[in-house]
Design a protein around this ligand. Structure first.
Ligand code: ADP
Length: 549
C-alpha cells in the first residue's frame, strides 16, 4: 500500500522560507572589531535573494559549485541559504587547509565562483591563480573596499565587491524546483592521509540532520534560543547549527574571526547566546580565561555542545562546577554530516555515575545505526565489551566520496556501512565509548592501551593544560606510550608525579614511561591534535624525552 502523504521535498529552500518568513524578527548578530552588527532574518532574506540573482548574473547555473572562504558571519549565512536554494552547490572551503590542499579541493570540486571575507583576502590571494576553474571572486565584509584587491586582480580573475554587486540586484527571485536528493553542499575531509576527500550532502540529508540537531537530545533548540556556532561554518557545516537555528527560528550569534578566549567572552556577553558549539580546545581556553577573571559569568548559556575530539571529563566538570556551564559531548565526522551521537545521561543516572556517559561519545541519535567490527570485518556485539572499529549508517551518513581516485577509498565502506576509523565499543543502549583513532592505537605486548583515556586522565592533573599520547616503537613491547604534555603557565611537575597521578586509574603496564614537555600540541588544519607530527618529531629526535625514573 502506498502512503497518501504529499510528496513535499525536504530542501534548504524550505528552511530559508520558514526561517525568514515565520521568524523574520529573529536576528543574526556578527562580531566586529568594536562591537556587533546585526540583521533581522527578514533582512537576511533580502540579502539571500540579491546574492542568488548576483550569482545567476555571474553565470552560475545548474549544480555548479560556489566556494566560500569565510568565517562565521552574516554573509556566510546568506551564502549557506542562497547557493543551495538556487540549485547550485555550496562548497565551504576550509581556510586552514595547507595551500596545496586548498588548490586541490577547489580544482577537484570545480568551483566557479568564490566568496571571500575581506579579512581573508591575503590568505586566498597567493593561491587564487592556481584555482583553475574559478572565474569570479566576490569580496564580502564591512572592509571589502579597503582589502588588497590588486593582489586578487593580478591573478586575472574577475573581482567584485559584495555590496556593490548585491545593491544592483532585486531581492525577489524565483527558486527552481529542487529534488531533495540533489546535492546541496559539499565539504572535504581534512585529509590526514592522502588527498582530501569530498563529501556531498543532499538537501534531504542536511534537512534531516539539522532537524535532529534541534531535538532535545542534542541541541534542544526553540525560537527563544540564540545559537553561537563557534565551530567554523567551513568545517563540517558548523555541526548543522546554522540550519537548525533557522528551522527553530532561533537567532544566530556569529563570532567572525574572533575565536580567542578574550574577544569570544566579550562577544558572548554582548550577544547573549543560550547554546553554543565548539571543539574542546576553545572551551579549554575559555576555561583558563574564566578562572583568571572570576568576576565574569557567562550566564546566558544553558548548553554547550562539544566534540570534534574527545571532551575530557575534567574540562566538563571544571566548567560546570566553577562557572555553571553545562556541556554535552557529541561525536561525528565530516562523512556523518557530522552529528551521529550525543552524550545525554540515561534516566535515573546521576552523581558520579553520570560521568561514565558524559565522558563518552554519546548515544546514537535516531536515524543513525552503529556497530563494531573486528579486524577481519566480522561484526562484534554492542555489549560494551567488544572493542573494534565503529561503523555507522543512516540518511545523513555518506555512502561514497565525490569522484575520488584514491585507491584506498573503497576500504572506507563495508557492506553499505561507513568505516569511521574510530576504535571503541558500543553498549546495549547505543552509547559509544571511543578509545582511539584506528591509526593512533597503541598496542603494547599485544595489549591495547587507550591514548584517549591516558590523555583525559593527564588533562585532569591540575598542572596540565594539554596532553597527547602516541605509541613509540619499543624493542621488547613493540610499542609503548609517550606522553607529550603542555603545562599550565608557571606550573612545574615531573614525569614521576604524572605517573603517580595516572597510577590511580591505570594498570602499571599501561603507564607511559616516556614524557616530553612541549609548548603546544601540534594541530591539524581543523585544530585537532596532530599526532603524526608528534611521531615524526620523536623519530627525528626533536622531542626532549624524559623517563619517569
Ligand atoms: P577529519 O576526519 O578530517 O579529522 P573530522 O572533523 O571529520 O575531520 O573528524 C572526525 C573525527 O574526529 C572522528 O572520526 C573522531 O576521530 C574525532 N571526533 C569527533 N568527535 C569526537 C568525540 N566526541 N570524541 C572523540 N573523537 C571525536
Amino acid at each position: 500500500m502506498r502512503s497518501t502523504m504529499q510528496d513535499v521535498q525536504l530542501t534548504i529552500g524550505s528552511i530559508l522560507e520558514h526561517g525568514t518568513n515565520l521568524h523574520g524578527d529573529s536576528e543574526v548578530v556578527t562580531a566586529t572589531p568594536d562591537g556587533v552588527r546585526s540583521a533581522s532574518y527578514a533582512e537576511v532574506r533580502g540579502q539571500v535573494g540579491r546574492l542568488a540573482n548576483a550569482l545567476r548574473g555571474l553565470g552560475i547555473t545548474g549544480d555548479q559549485r560556489v566556494g566560500t572562504f569565510q568565517w562565521n558571519n552574516t554573509e556566510h549565512l546568506a551564502a549557506y541559504l542562497a547557493i543551495p536554494s538556487m540549485g547550485a552547490v555550496l562548497h565551504t572551503l576550509n581556510i586552514r587547509l595547507f595551500p596545496e590542499q586548498l588548490v586541490y579541493v577547489a580544482n577537484h570540486a570545480e568551483d566557479k565562483v568564490v566568496i571571500v571575507d575581506d579579512s581573508l583576502v591575503g590568505l586566498l590571494a597567493p593561491q587564487l591563480g592556481q584555482l583553475d576553474t574559478v572565474e569570479h571572486v566576490i569580496v564580502a565584509g564591512p572592509d571589502a573596499a579597503s582589502a588588497d584587491l590588486d593582489a586578487l586582480r593580478a591573478t586575472g580573475k574577475q573581482i567584485h565587491l559584495y555590496d556593490d554587486l548585491l545593491s544592483a540586484q532585486e531581492e525577489d527571485t524565483s527558486w527552481p524546483d529542487v529534488d531533495e536528493r540533489d546535492a546541496a553542499a559539499m565539504c572535504y575531509t581534512s585529509g590526514t592521509t592522502g588527498n582530501p576527500k569530498g563529501v556531498v550532502y543532499s538537501h534531504r540529508s542536511a534537512w534531516l540532520h539539522s532537524q535532529m540537531v534541534t531535538t532535545g537530545n542534542v541541541g534542544g533548540m526553540t525560537w527563544e534560543d540564540r545559537v553561537l556556532p563557534i565551530v567554523p561554518m567551513f568545517h563540517a557545516n558548523a555541526w548543522g547549527l546554522v540550519y537548525a537555528a533557522m528551522m527553530s527560528g532561533a537567532s544566530l550569534c556569529m563570532p567572525d574571526r574572533w575565536l580567542q578566549a578574550e574577544p569570544l567572552v566579550r562577544f558572548i556577553q554582548q550577544s547573549r547566546p543560550t547554546l553554543s558549539g565548539a571543539v574542546p580546545t576553545i572551551w579549554n581556553d575559555v576555561l583558563q580565561y574564566l578562572d583568571a577573571h572570576t568576576d565574569v559569568r557567562l550566564d546566558s548559556i544553558r548548553r554547550i555542545l562539544c566534540g570534534g575530539s574527545a571532551v575530557p571529563v575534567s574540562l566538563q566538570k571544571a566548567l560546570a562546577d566553577r562557572h555553571g556551564l553545562e556541556m554535552r559531548q557529541a561525536w561525528g565526522m565530516t562523512e556523518t554530516s557530522p552529528v551521529a551521537s550525543a552524550a545525554g545521561v540515561p534516566v535515573g543516572v546521576s552523581g558520579e555515575e553520570q560521568w561514565r556517559y558524559r565522558g563518552g561519545q554519546g548515544r546514537l541519535v535516531c536515524g543513525v545505526q552503529g556497530r563494531i567490527t573486528a579486524d577481519d570485518g566480522s561484526v562484534l556485539p554492542n555489549d560494551d565489551e567488544a572493542v573494534g572499529e565503529v561503523e555507522v549508517r543512516g540518511p545523513w551518513i555518506t555512502g561514497a566520496y565525490y569522484e575520488s581516485d584514491d585507491p584506498e577509498v573503497d576500504a572506507k565502506f563495508h557492506d553499505g556501512w561507513l568505516r569511521t576509523g574510530d576504535v571503541g565499543r558500543i553498549d546495549q543502549l547505543g552509547y559509544i565509548t571511543l578509545t582511539d583513532r584506528a591509526k593512533d592505537v597503541i598496542k603494547s605486548g599485544g595489549e591495547w592501551i587507550s591514548s584517549v583515556d591516558l590523555e583525559n586522565a593527564l588533562m585532569g592533573h591540575p598542572d596540565v593544560l594539554e596532553a597527547a599520547v602516541v605509541g613509540i616503537p619499543d624493542e621488547k613491547w613493540q610499542e609503548r606510550p609517550l606522553a607529550s604534555v603542555v603545562l599550565k603557565e608557571g606550573a612545574t611537575t615531573t614525569p614521576a608525579e604524572l605517573r603517580a597521578h595516572l597510577a590511580k586509574d591505570f594498570a602499571k603496564w599501561q603507564l607511559p614511561d616516556a614524557f616530553a614537555f612541549i609548548d603546544q600540541v601540534p594541530r591539524t588544519s581543523v585544530g585537532k591534535f596532530d599526532k603524526k607530527v608528534l611521531r615524526k618529531e620523536y623519530a627525528d629526535g626533536d622531542l626532549d624525552v624524559h623517563t619517569a625514573d
